[in-house]
Design a protein around this ligand. Structure first.
Ligand SMILES: [Zn+2]
Ligand SMILES: [Zn+2]
Length: 165
């Protein structure tokens, strides 16, 4: 997966989340903070189930219970800080969406691999389409389905010519 350069933001994701929770009359508990900090530590598409298991295994680091993690992920999604990205096997795959440039995904239907790519031309075309409909576009998500380069490679055949001589 390619790493895009993060864009600088004035308000941290944690602060944004704290503000969002306040509007719901909720607090940023240490467990919720553990979840958002872990989510924002890397830019990685993460499968919720695998990621929760990883968080549970962490030693010495602050932990959060499984149910808190799932509930917090829902809240982060609602706050617009992470978004769900579809995947071939229908598992819940998220990525964080704040302080990160607009990008789209190529999704392999065979192995589920997601490749990110930024493309200005796509955004421009969509802006144009939106304008034609008097639609004020605030963003877009584009998922391109297909088979990745690795999966479309023919299976490696072992050369046995020499053995046959
Ligand atoms: Zn693939
Ligand atoms: Zn992505």
């Amino acid at each position: 997966m390619s790493e895009l350069t993060a864009v600088s933001v004035t308000v941290s994701a944690v602060d944004k989340f704290r503000e969002f929770l306040l509007t719901k009359g909720m607090r940023l508990t240490s467990e919720r903070e553990t979840v958002i900090t872990a989510v924002y530590a890397t830019h990685e598409h993460f499968d919720a189930d695998l990621w929760v298991a990883k968080l549970e295994r962490r030693k010495g680091a602050p932990r959060a219970s499984r149910s808190t993690v799932y509930r917090t992920l829902r809240l982060l999604e609602e706050a617009g800080l992470i978004r769900k990205v579809a995947r071939a096997n229908d598992r819940e795959v998220y990525e964080h969406d704040y302080g990160y440039p607009q990008h789209d995904h190529l999704i392999c239907k065979k192995c589920g691999e997601m490749t990110e790519f930024p493309n200005e031309a796509i955004a421009e075309v969509l802006e144009k389409v939106a304008a034609e409909h008097g639609f004020r576009m605030s963003g877009h998500r584009l998922e391109v389905d297909g088979i990745c380069a690795v999966c479309s490679r023919p299976p490696q055949r072992v050369h046995r010519k020499l053995d046959m001589i």
